[in-house]
Design a protein around this ligand. Structure first.
Ligand code: UT7
Length: 353
């Protein structure tokens, strides 16, 4: 017997939070270490700066602050969280999971905590899991956090990748709401055939770390960006259309579109194919670069705290990433806009919506 989505409890977001490290790395900084220019990076990607974690900061440290801010907005005590879903490609280490490390730091003593490896689609996967868990009655409060310290696996001798990625964390608290509002649809996909397009070749069971893997720089990201580009545009458009249809909307009904921030030209391609006006599409890639699983929840928190998402707004999310993975989601925003002072988002000036 299959459970139809409309028979589940409604699920919504009741709090958001973000954190980015203090250190700003500009295109000019990178032009001092690889053969590149500010002009090339801005024109081909839209990125002007990205953040870099301090040496003593690991992913769980970034995630902790984002989660504390999200829980504070939702007025949820960490001890009341049922599950922590931590989406990342850069956990503190392989064992214990980053989710468990975060659970200890948060004091979320009752929560089951685990990691999801879905690269840049990780937060959308987390949304789908939170919806299923709460909608099906297995949990009341689920904390989903996307966090990355990609600066630790970026090869600063490879200009093809080192200009793209940044560090940061974004979190959201998911709880039950009236059926028919909150999340309407989540669409999740994978295609392992595309695995080698974006990979870290060594380090775990296939190719354990040794002096050869280190010498060959196989612990860093390798990417065939050109192959990913058209896939990214097509997959985000397809997944968004499915979720828009399942919500009973047309694309004209989408008031706020939050795409994964991988490349401004990819975002523009998706926007044009969906027929959305520029002012409905949020862009902050200029300030943070590609923060992978953190990019959507960081964007969401900036929108929420700057009052650019209001209760009743129709919001769509879309992402793609290594694996390959892709997905989308649609929801009607329900949470009241917080009245207390914004954090980093106060300085947010880039982007539309
Ligand atoms: O979040 C998911 C993961 N990432 C992505 O989704 C990335 C998707 N792909 C992209 O965003 C784009 O393909 C890139 C930004 C990675 C590259 O842009 P492109 O327009 O596809 O450039 P390209 O790969 O065709 O490279 C054009 C030229 C090449 O030189 P040649 O071979 O034509 O002489 C590159 O070597 O630009 C060169 N190039 C650079 N030049 C200056 C590559 N990186 C740089 C650089 N600075 N940083």
């Amino acid at each position: 017997m299959s459970l139809r989505p409309e028979t589940l409890r409604g699920v919504t977001i009741t709090g958001t939070g973000m954190y980015v490290p203090d250190q700003i790395v500009t295109n000019h900084d990178l032009a001092k270490i690889v053969e590149t220019t500010d002009e090339w990076i801005v024109e081909r990607t839209g990125i002007r700066a990205r953040r870099k974690a301090a040496p003593e900061q690991a992913s769980s440290d970034l995630a902790l602050i984002a989660c504390q801010r999200a829980l504070e907005m939702a007025k949820v005590d960490p001890k009341d969280v049922d599950q922590i879903i931590l989406a990342t490609t850069t956990p503190d280490r392989i064992l214990p999971s980053c989710g468990c490390t975060l659970q200890r730091k948060l004091g979320a003593t009752k929560a089951a905590a685990y990691d999801v490896f879905a690269a840049c689609t990780g937060f959308v996967y987390g949304m789908g899991m939170a919806r299923g868990l709460i909608g099906g009655g297995m949990a009341d409060t689920v904390l989903v956090v996307g966090v990355e310290t990609l600066s630790r696996i970026v090869d600063y001798t490879d200009r093809n990748t080192c200009v793209l990625f940044g560090d940061g964390a974004g979190a959201a608290v998911f709880q039950a709401c009236e059926p028919g509002t909150g999340i309407h649809a989540v669409d999740m996909h994978s295609d392992g055939e595309l695995g080698e397009v974006l990979e870290v070749p060594a380090g775990i069971s296939r190719n354990p770390a040794n002096e050869h893997t280190v010498a060959a720089r196989e612990h860093f990201i390798r990417m065939q960006g050109k192959k990913l580009f058209p896939f990214a545009v097509r997959s985000m458009e397809d997944a968004t259309r499915k979720c828009v249809e399942r919500a009973g909307w047309s694309t004209d009904d989408v008031q706020v579109f939050i795409p994964h921030q991988a490349n401004l030209r990819i975002i523009e391609g998706v926007r044009e194919r969906l027929g959305l006006p520029e002012d409905r599409v949020y862009v902050n890639i200029d300030r943070y670069g590609n923060t992978s699983s953190a990019s959507i929840p960081i964007a969401l928190d900036e929108l929420v705290r700057s009052g650019k998402i209001k209760p009743g707004d129709h919001v769509a999310f879309a992402a793609f990433g290594g694996g390959a993975t892709w997905g989308a989601s649609t929801m009607t925003w329900t949470a009241p806009v917080p009245s207390y002072a914004p954090v980093e988002a106060a300085a947010a000036t880039g982007g539309a919506a």
